[in-house]
Design a protein around this ligand. Structure first.
Ligand code: OOG
Ligand code: NI
Length: 465
């Protein structure tokens, strides 16, 4: 029997092999990431594993896929559900700063600490907002709807195996093998010729719309390894002659505790694709949509910490508008320093970061009663705090990554948008609960605080921060 987490780990590994064959530069990215991680581990020792064991980090990937309809999203949810991955978070990239992307998204990922430690594979999944009139007029909408209704992304055999794996949380060896083959194949780039006129019609609205609705299958858009020092990775990739996008998205580099997520990518490469002309003839063309991305993960921020992050972004935008690009990094760094503490201790004491708390075994043995608040418990050595790594995505960075890899920024008419793509719409479309990322970090934190209270015999559970 192959257990659910083993299926997830095997799927991630095989997808990685497949993507490496399709996009060889991805393999370079994985190799350089591994080298950087080994160097960081040598230099920092155990500290390098504070946000995940080296085993976890080395195997860690996130993928990105894009689908066209709620029906397709529901099938994706069944495939990932079989791997123990649940939809977490609602990202609306239509209005995220500076972008005009006709999608809303969620991330499928494992949600418990144990499952994340076994293999944290996650997939950022976007669905086209076909009914948003700012992108698609009535005529295009009906053609698109008809096109999407006529395709099927996943074979029935795959879906049946997925349902069984989800219900039983394991599959017999032979069926597991069959399932993995079908699942990986579903995300391969199709060799079927692309209808050039239709693709270009959609590309005039948005390159993302064309990538989703211009072809008859889906494919993995990118697969992202995790690196422990993304600034060093950026330098090494550039030194190898691989053209990276201009920036690292997310918080700027600074000494101290890493928070949230920093990401960068290399530019989308031209890939050969067969094209069908209106007269039916097939020629060799090329499309530029898939790229390589890499990320560094930091400590998850609480709602309050996250509000600070969003505030810093807004202030950095204002500051950047008045300054030349070369100075923007400094502006951002100064704002970070002013608004968010740089040490784990302060992030914990001020309730800005997520941690689990643990009674220290050799705590003060002088018979004194322990203090009741978490800040004092920490500073007097009764309790230690272990950071929780950020397992999700950032809408602004996601939009930035999408955008930086598109030829042009696409078009969106102004005017009222249809409000129907909110979190409730997403939950209805995917036909599952879409989980709140904050609640997923609060769970282990609150359980650990209750254990601390128990171990120290406190009358009330200490509140964080
Ligand atoms: C998804 C872009 C978002 C990330 O890492 O933020 C993303 C896409 O390009 O389909 O993957
Ligand atoms: Ni990504």
């Amino acid at each position: 029997m192959i257990r659910q987490w083993q299926l997830r780990a095997a799927f991630a590994a095989r997808l990685s092999e497949m993507y490496g064959r399709e996009v060889p530069a991805y393999t370079t990215l994985v190799d350089v990431s591994r080298e950087v991680n080994e160097d960081v581990l040598r230099a920092r020792g155990a500290d390098a594993e504070r946000l995940g064991s080296i085993g976890r980090v080395t195997a860690e990937r996130h993928g990105a896929i894009r689908v066209g309809t709620p029906g397709e999203l529901r099938q994706v949810a069944r495939v990932f559900g079989s791997l123990g991955m649940r939809p977490v978070g609602h990202y609306d990239l239509r209005d995220t700063a500076g972008s005009a992307l006709p999608v809303v998204s969620t991330a499928f990922r494992p949600v418990t600490e144990d499952e994340l430690a076994r293999n944290p594979f996650r997939v950022f999944t976007s669905v086209l907002t076909v009914d948003d009139p700012r992108f698609f007029n009535a005529d295009l909408r009906s053609r698109l709807t008809e096109f999407l209704a006529g395709r099927s992304l996943f074979p029935p055999e795959l879906l049946a195996l997925a349902d069984r794996a989800e219900a039983e949380r394991e599959l017999p060896d032979e069926l597991a093998e069959r399932f993995l083959q079908l699942a990986v194949a579903a995300f391969e780039l199709s060799a079927e010729p692309v209808d050039r006129a239709w693709y270009e019609t959609l590309a005039r609205v948005s390159a993302v719309a064309a990538d989703i609705g211009g072809v008859r299958s889906t494919h993995i858009n990118h697969l992202t390894p995790r690196v422990l020092d993304i600034d060093e990775l950026y330098r090494r990739m550039t030194a190898r002659g691989i053209e990276m996008i201009d920036t690292i998205q997310g918080p700027p580099h600074r000494p101290g505790a890493d928070v949230l997520l920093r990401q960068t990518s290399f530019r989308a490469l031209a890939e050969p694709r067969a094209m069908r002309a209106p007269d039916g003839s097939v020629t060799r063309g090329s499309l530029r949509v898939r790229f390589g991305e890499v990320e560094a993960r930091g400590i998850a921020l609480t709602r309050e910490g996250r509000a600070r992050y969003d505030r810093v972004l807004a202030l950095a935008d204002e500051g950047a508008a008045q300054r030349p690009p070369a100075e923007r990094e400094d502006v951002a760094r100064a704002l970070w320093a002013a608004h968010l503490p740089a040490t784990e201790r302060e992030l914990a004491a001020q309730g800005l970061g997520f941690f689990t708390y643990h009674a220290v075994p050799d705590r003060p043995g002088d018979g004194s009663t322990p203090p009741a608040d978490i800040g004092t418990l920490l500073s007097r050595g009764w309790v230690r705090a272990e950071p929780l790594v950020y397992e999700d995505f950032l809408p602004r960075s996601a939009a930035g990554i999408f955008q930086s890899n598109l030829g042009d920024s696409g078009s969106r008419n102004s005017g009222p948008h249809s409000g129907s793509y909110d979190a409730d719409w997403l939950a209805g479309a995917v036909d599952r609960d879409v989980l709140d990322p904050f609640a997923l970090y609060e769970g282990p934190r609150d359980r650990s605080l209750a254990q601390v209270a128990d171990a120290l015999g406190l009358a009330t559970t200490p509140s964080p921060g």
